[in-house]
Design a protein around this ligand. Structure first.
Ligand code: PMP
Length: 358
């Protein structure tokens, strides 16, 4: 319907059609108030309602405990690579980083501007380093990791054991894809543009004792205490509004258990197609670390066919299957809003493409 393609983009990514239709219906005149969400004051009663509902719905979805603050900020998940050390690490502190792929590496590099960074463990971009090998710093301000590496397709299964340390997670590419025990974390952040909405907003969920300790030089827009309530300056109103529609959509689906079950079923269709190809396709990632959201795969014996695969898939209405420019190959991003029919069509095409005579 609507001439829409199956969009395997890693982000900005597919959104639910029903949400886009709702936003379209509200576009010119939100609920009869006479203006659109893009045009209303962020301090007026209409936007206050939109904002409060979005926060309440996210709290319900993730069962966020009361002692956590929820912030809707700007400048993307990348902003948190600097906001986290500025707010959580006093000058001179050491911060621990686990590196499992490109994004956790970037986070560690940026933190190095503000703190002494200890790389606790470095993965091979295909797996998660064994817990016994992590070299945690006693007294580190926090332990940072990336729950799902969008480029490599390496995903943790639940919160890693960081002992007594404050755990900080970048959940940009698997946020709201499954239930999360928020209480295990000091802080979680996630850019919106994969699972929950349009680009332009990053969600920060921070335990209250971690709010209010920013270094004096912290820019106001990165200081969690200043930004608490997310209305210190103009927030990304439209993006927050669309995220709110997506949260309601997920609640109506049955919450994050139902979302997770659908995601596991969809990812299995693609991983099964790789496994059933007698080695024509390969997943570079260790089975226990394979992402439910971003599925990289290659054609190891005939890599020259990979660009044909991507081009032909696009002609069949399956777009954005090219792997990230830094790793090559293919990547199917199968976020919450990718329909089952999309992955089924991809698996059918994978099988057909692999069975052609060489
Ligand atoms: N972390 C992860 C895991 C990501 O996938 C991305 C974006 N692809 C980022 C951080 C950076 O997000 P942004 O572009 O919103 O700054």
């Amino acid at each position: 319907p609507h001439g829409r393609l199956f969009n395997f983009s890693a982000g900005p990514a597919v959104l639910p059609v029903s949400v886009l239709e709702e936003a379209q219906a509200d576009l010119l005149n939100w609920r009869g108030c006479g203006v659109s969400v893009m045009e209303m004051s962020h301090r007026g009663k209409e936007f206050t309602q939109i904002f409060n509902e979005a926060e309440a719905d996210l709290r319900e979805l993730l069962a966020i405990p009361e002692n956590y603050r929820v912030l809707f900020l700007q400048a993307g998940a990348t902003s948190q690579f600097s906001a986290v050390p500025l707010n959580l690490a006093p000058a001179g502190a050491t911060v621990d980083h686990i590196v499992t792929g490109s994004w956790s590496k970037k986070a560690a590099e940026e933190a190095g501007k503000y703190a002494a960074v200890n790389i606790v463990a470095k993965g091979d971009n295909k797996s998660i380093p064994a817990r016994e090998q992590w070299n945690l710093t006693p007294g580190a301000a926090y332990v940072h990791y990336c729950d799902n590496e969008t480029i490599q397709g390496v995903e943790f299964r639940g919160a890693p054991d960081a002992g007594a340390a404050t755990l900080v997670a970048d959940m940009s590419s698997n946020f709201c894809s499954k239930p999360v025990d928020v209480a295990k974390y000091g802080l979680i952040y996630a850019g919106a543009q994969k699972n929950i909405g349009p680009a332009g907003v990053v969600v920060v969920i921070a335990r209250e004792d971690l709010v209010g300790n920013a270094r004096p030089e912290t820019p106001a827009v990165l200081d969690y205490k200043v930004m608490e309530g997310s209305l210190y300056n103009t927030p990304p109103c439209w993006s927050i509004y669309v995220c709110g529609l997506v949260f309601k959509h997920m609640l109506a689906m049955g919450g994050l258990e139902a979302v997770q079950a659908a995601n596991e079923a969809k990812a299995a269709v693609v991983y099964d197609a790789i496994a059933a190809s007698s080695g024509f396709y390969a997943s570079p990632v260790a089975p226990e670390a394979r992402s439910m959201m971003n599925i990289p795969f290659t054609i190891p014996a005939r890599p020259e066919l990979e660009k044909d695969f991507v081009a032909e898939a696009a002609m069949r209405g399956m777009v954005q299957l090219k792997g990230h420019r830094s790793v090559g190959g293919m990547r199917a991003s199968v976020y919450n809003s990718m329909p089952m029919e999309g992955v089924q069509q991809l698996a059918t095409f994978m099988q057909e493409f692999a069975s052609r005579p060489a």
